[in-house]
Design a protein around this ligand. Structure first.
Ligand code: PRX
Length: 650
């Protein structure tokens, strides 16, 4: 453990009570909510679901046929209706729904609820005109521009599942995701400015489109006034099709269990998993947690910094805030452009009240000092959120003192793409927080810790985190792969217990601290990557015979990919080749997957059954002397050779 982590541990013993004023005004401040939800969690969630608009109420709250779940069975609703029409009906037509800030400071666009509703209806008609029907997936490969929210809501309006692909993913990643769901339509943009640089998104999309037979139509947003290669008969400009579209498109009355979206996420094998979320339960969970955990209120300006390409962007930039009739901020750029005070400038100018971000960003700010913050008035902030990875106590305290001015509660929210919405988190008007701990399962959520044998760890202890009862935002399956769904989440401890894939520790007072992944998934700057996916990218290079990738601990990013390769035949270990391999991964998957370092070795540490012992590789990459028990290696002497080779190339 590094020195800075150690002093962070002491800070973890501090306690922070909800400030009195905050607690008084919080959306939830009565601790009896926990007991009530415990007594009858179905009734608890049904009460939350009643806060949505339903065309037809459900007949049955929960149908749990492990591992298959349905919530609000027989109910009819629509997510787009809830996020738009229902808000307008309640008198919010002129309220700002979406406040967009572009890459260049001051480049803003705002949409009221009525305006957003019009755009969404038009785009829904565009999709219908292209033959998209209920149940037909649509792929969206867009940067952080309003059109991404419009496209998502338009899909939801007609019951077409959307599959948003992170715009920094490579053409190959886009191709695989489009092909898996067989989208007929792809929505993209000509260009994507970010941090003063421009990526030619349409050119990337075109590379993917060479090999996506299902795609019949491509809609291209003209983000910058430039041309793009357009394929006659297939590609059309967003503005042209929107110009012709009718502005009336009533929301489809979809079933509570109809698919809202598919979002691909890395698993412990090379193939991304198509995580399926449905309608009624998901929106119930997302709406309630935005209100309860993020304490969103009518007059708040709320900013979630996550990209829409990830689940946080889906649940807490688009659906959660809009379903509550809030004002949500979307920022296209990066914290360092044009200056490193950009975020603080946005908070001051737009008077942001709630900031929801990732520990990796906080650690980066921490490193560059408080000067940039001090230039701005951040007094509008009243609540801070953290998501995506464990937040170390030092970063927590820094966030609290320097961003929150010591007055804002912090909600450290634990959840996953699979869980759809937050499961473990403080309620800011109730919970006494401890830096580094996500505190307690929310009301209506049943978490536990199991040991390797499947015994429940009671009281203080550590082990594998599990969820023992279904919750509304839960993934329903993996797209077209129910076996993998069962195998990944409901085989380790049987069909009734959701295996999370994270380790957790619980202290004597019941506070949970998430200790990180227990599988071959790594978390780089809050982004999930699979070691196997990076390994397959490496072995697709002709110089590589074998590859093993691990996540190495990193002070700033949480983890970074670190690769060991065995080169083909007589290829020489040159620096140029190592650089080429790093770039190759960047091109295959996307820049975030680029290994921080690639080192060439003669052998990998394998057990007698041929399994790579990643723990040993991690230890070597982190420069540890003690690598633990290596006696089960087929050849324990490879460890010495590896250490020498790592030292020579490090
Ligand atoms: O390891 C946990 C970590 O992120 C994983 C989920 O990643 P993803 O599906 O990409 O979703 C990220 C946004 C919800 C988890 O299995 N994680 C997420 N939030 C936290 C966290 N680890 C510790 N503390 C958190 N608050």
């Amino acid at each position: 453990m590094s020195e800075s982590q150690q002093d962070g541990q002491d800070l973890g013993n501090r306690r922070y009570e909800p400030p009195e004023e905050f607690a008084k005004n919080a959306n939830v401040n009565d601790p009896s909510v926990y007991d009530k939800a415990n007594q009858d969690y179905e009734a608890f969630w049904a009460e939350r679901a009643r806060e949505l608009h339903w065309f037809k109420e459900w007949d049955q709250t929960l149908k749990w046929d492990p591992p298959n779940v349905e919530w609000f069975v027989g109910g009819k609703t629509n997510v787009s209706y809830n996020c738009l029409d229902y808000q307008v009906e309640q008198g919010k037509g002129d309220k700002t729904a979406l406040l967009w800030e572009g890459d260049e400071p001051g480049d803003t666009r705002t949409f009221t609820y009525s305006e957003l509703l019009t755009e969404v209806q038009k785009f829904a008609n565009v999709l219908k005109g292209l033959g998209v029907r209920k149940g037909d997936p649509v792929s969206i490969y867009l940067p952080m521009i309003p059109e991404v929210a419009i496209a998502m809501l338009a899909c939801a309006r007609i019951g077409a599942p959307h599959s948003v692909v992170f715009s920094a993913f490579s053409p190959g990643s886009l191709r695989d995701r489009v092909n898996d769901c067989e989208a007929k339509v792809l929505v993209t943009a000509n260009q994507a400015p970010r941090g003063g640089r421009v990526s030619k998104l349409k050119e990337n999309a075109d590379k993917a489109l060479k090999d996506t037979p299902s795609v019949e139509n491509v809609i291209v947003v003209r983000r910058l006034d430039e041309d793009a290669p357009m394929t006659e008969g297939r590609d059309r400009w967003w503005d042209d099709v929107m110009g012709e579209a009718d502005a009336g498109c009533p929301a489809e009355e979809v079933d509570s269990e109809d698919i809202l979206y598919i979002l691909y996420s890395s698993g412990s094998t090379g193939k991304p998993k198509g995580i399926v979320h449905t309608t009624g339960g998901y929106l119930t969970h997302v709406k309630a947690t935005t209100k309860w955990v993020l304490d969103l209120k009518d007059d708040d300006v709320y900013w979630c910094t996550a990209d829409v390409g990830w689940v946080t962007g889906h649940s807490y930039l688009v659906y959660g805030p809009l379903a509550n009739g809030g004002t949500t901020v979307m920022f296209e750029g990066v914290p360092s452009y044009p200056e490193n005070d950009r975020w603080w400038d946005i908070i001051e100018r737009h008077k942001v009240n709630i900031l929801y971000t990732a520990p990796t960003a906080i650690r980066a700010f921490m490193k560059s000092g408080t000067e940039a913050l001090e230039k701005h008035d951040l007094s509008s902030l009243r609540l801070l959120g953290s998501v995506g990875e464990p937040i170390n106590p030092r970063a927590w305290v820094w966030y609290h003192e320097n961003v929150g001015g010591g007055r804002c509660p912090i909600v450290d929210t634990w959840w996953q793409t699979e869980t759809g919405a937050i499961l473990i988190s403080p309620l800011p008007g109730i919970t006494t927080t401890k830096p580094g701990s996500a505190t307690f399962p929310l009301p209506g959520i049943f978490a536990a810790i199991y040991d390797e044998e499947g015994n429940e760890v009671e009281g203080e202890g550590q082990g594998n985190l599990v969820i023992t009862r279904p919750w509304p935002g839960m993934l329903r399956t993996l797209y077209k792969d129910p076996e993998r769904y069962e195998q990944t989440y409901f085989s380790r401890y049987g069909k009734e217990v959701y295996f999370v894939g994270d380790g957790a520790r619980r202290d004597a007072e019941g506070y949970y601290t998430i200790t990180g992944r227990v599988d071959d998934v790594m978390n780089v700057s809050g982004h999930r990557l699979s070691t196997m996916e990076i390994e397959s990218a490496l072995v697709s290079h002709p110089a590589v015979a074998e590859a093993a990738v691990i996540g190495r601990h990193d002070e700033d990013k949480g983890q970074v990919p670190f690769a060991y390769v065995i080169l083909e035949g007589n290829r020489e270990k040159t620096d140029d080749l190592m650089k080429e391999l790093r770039n190759h991964v960047g091109e295959k998957i996307g820049p975030i997957a680029k290994p921080q370092q690639v080192i060439a070795v003669d052998e990998l540490p394998k057990t007698r059954s041929g399994k790579i012992m990643r723990r040993v590789l991690r230890g070597i990459a982190e420069g540890k002397e003690d690598l633990g028990d290596t006696s089960t290696l087929a050849d324990p002497s490879v460890v010495d050779t590896l250490q020498e080779q790592a030292a020579a190339q490090g």
